[in-house]
Write a protein that binds this ligand. Sequence first.
Ligand code: SAJ
Length: 417
Amino acid sequence: MAIKKICIVGLGYVGLPLACLAARKGCEVYGIDSDKDKLEKIAKGINPMTKEPLKEKINITEQNKAVSMSNIIIVCVPTPVDKDHMPDFRPLTSAAETISKNLRKGHLIVIESTVNPGVCEEIVKPLLEKSGLKAEKDFYIVHCPERINPGDEKWNVENIPRVIGGLSNEGTEKAFKFYSSIINAKITKMSSAKAAEAVKIMENTFRDVNIAFVNELAKSFDNLGIDIIEVIKGASTKPFAFLPHYPGCGVGGHCIPTDPYYLIEKAKSSGFDHKFLKLAREINNSMPDYTIELLKKELEKIHKNIKNVRVGVLGIAYKGNIADIRESPALKIVNQLKNLKADVSVYDPYVLEKSNAKSLHEILEKCDCLILATNHPEFKEIEDINIKNIKIIIDGRNFLNKEKIVSKGIAYRGIGR
Ligand code: SAJ
């Protein structure tokens, strides 16, 4: 059987693992990316994220050649929002324009980037048909939403089930055949690209609203003196119809805090107002400030104002065990502390280039109080070491053992506990 020639557009958290998987499965893989430094590293066989050697061969060549030499082109570019939370389709449209210039009969174009329902039909298709070729006759457009979970040891690009939906059944079948040859998990065919686009948006807005739910409960329980973690543990004893989510200092990452805005804006253009989704975004976006308010309350108890207080922020990444800082609540906390004229030190073992402290011990030595913003395992050390200067710890991820911290004579506040 002829070797499949694949071109992956966008070699980040989503595209690079997919490119390596396709190569492992015997495909001839070409990669395109706007980041020249990333391309140089991959061409040398280095993973730009981990700096480790790549086991697989990813061909880096001129991008028009990469597209024209491939049979299947898979778009894995970011779909961010701008500072006003408006969808930014530029990475996607730029990828579609590059493909359009090199489109030929028989091409299968798969969009893995998370988009709102209608993007394949209303944005990608017109750009590709500028080639003069006709969608679903000369070439095919399919949506197969990515489901990468950075830092997850168990679920990976090969074993995570997928959904697939094309602008035509023929396209869906072609994509189903390809993904079945590289993915070792169930692949579900949807009736359309729009349905597949809606699946991913539903998955991630489901997570955002559930996190907002527990964040609001946490604020309420803080007033009532109830420990929300204990309550979530109690509710989790219900063996059905309860899925625990956890309050925190905010919702970061390139998925959860951004995807809902794609649906909110699309729905608005069709005349529907997602009040609930918008409220969830408002609640989650309020958590960095809420975290700082907790610190200010604890400082008031010892008659201190936050101005010039030496605050150590532990963690910059948006979640534990990774270095990704996109939309990270920790960045918002650091900026707001600086606006309040606090003396801020920052340490993240995964993001040393943005840390101004070299170690956890340095932070513990030179700060009066801490805000834990990311649940990196290293920070658990705090529970078992002798801490002299720290008077207050705000645990933005409810990550530390409250009893151990309090037993050191340190004032402890979690989010909802
Ligand atoms: N967070 C909370 N409370 C929670 C869960 C998460 O505050 O109960 C925060 C995290 O600290 C982080 C943000 O939300 O700042 C996002 O966390 P996440 O665990 O959802 O991590 P992501 O952004 O890597 O989400 C990915 C998503 N995967 C895809 O989009 C393919 C998401 O759909 C998954 O549900 C998620 O991983 C997962 O389950 O881990």
